[in-house]
Design a protein around this ligand. Sequence first.
Ligand SMILES: [Zn+2]
Length: 321
Amino acid sequence: MTRSNRQSPILFTLCLVAAVRAAAADRLDTKTVDFAVTFRGDTSAYRDTSAFVLPSETVTFDAVGGPPGDYTLTTDHGVAVQQGSRRWRFTAPPRPGLYTLKLDGPGKKDSMALHVFAMGAASAVRKGLLNGYPIGQYPSKPLNGNPIYMPPRGYVEVTKENQDTKVSPHFALKQFVCKEDTTQKYPKYVVLQERLLLKLEAILERVNRLGFEVDTLHVMSGYRTPYYNHAIGDVKYSMHQFGSASDIYVDPHKDDRMVDVNHDGRVDIGDSRFLYDIIESMLAEPSYRKFEGGMGFYPATAAHPPFVHVDVRGTRARWKG
Ligand SMILES: [Zn+2]
């Protein structure tokens, strides 16, 4: 074997690694299936999709798009009644908990896990406490009578066992737990809107397309209990209290720092502005209009890096923090 022949497999491997890296940099594995599921006005093609319901509540799931053929929904819990070739009415079990449904495409070539969280009812909150966890008091009247400001119907119980559940392919349940609670005590409680998760996945895909290789976004603040929201002096009707908002930044090294997304050699409000502009251009595309909501960009402080607030209130609001 000549010297050059011995080297060529190494060269080949190096080229392959470079090619794989380049591909990864501009394309995240979105972890989608070749069909989608529609429920309560949202559509998801993610392999891990979540629905937040009350015990015994019924939700209709429709499989949409995808190849022709037989679609099946299976579950070991609750009752799923097929109502058409691609429609099921699923009734959650009467007890709170996490129940997983499997939605298979034709020939079971592709399948989606539907994580149905049957929440504990809000009526279990007594004097601002839920099972010892400080929730606080929601405003007694929704702002301008708008139902998005209604107190939550229920709370997702977060346990040591379920906290790592992927509520969507790139986000875990524990990322949304109120940051005020740094104790190791469980259970904790969270409120989360399905549409927020879909929006965060879309933003993550955008960020990767720009060349930042990240498998999640840093959620600096997700759900906030009214108790905590009041303590930090945020506005009375903050969307964080309704599970509709997240404060995010891009943290590829997972060291609680925003990366220099605008490549100007420093990390400052220019980077949160840059991320904000990326999201703004995404929201301008017709397929993302349903993710419209509030958005603001913020400077760094001693306590946190620059970040962007996004929410899914449904109407457009913009600000600079
Ligand atoms: Zn926020």
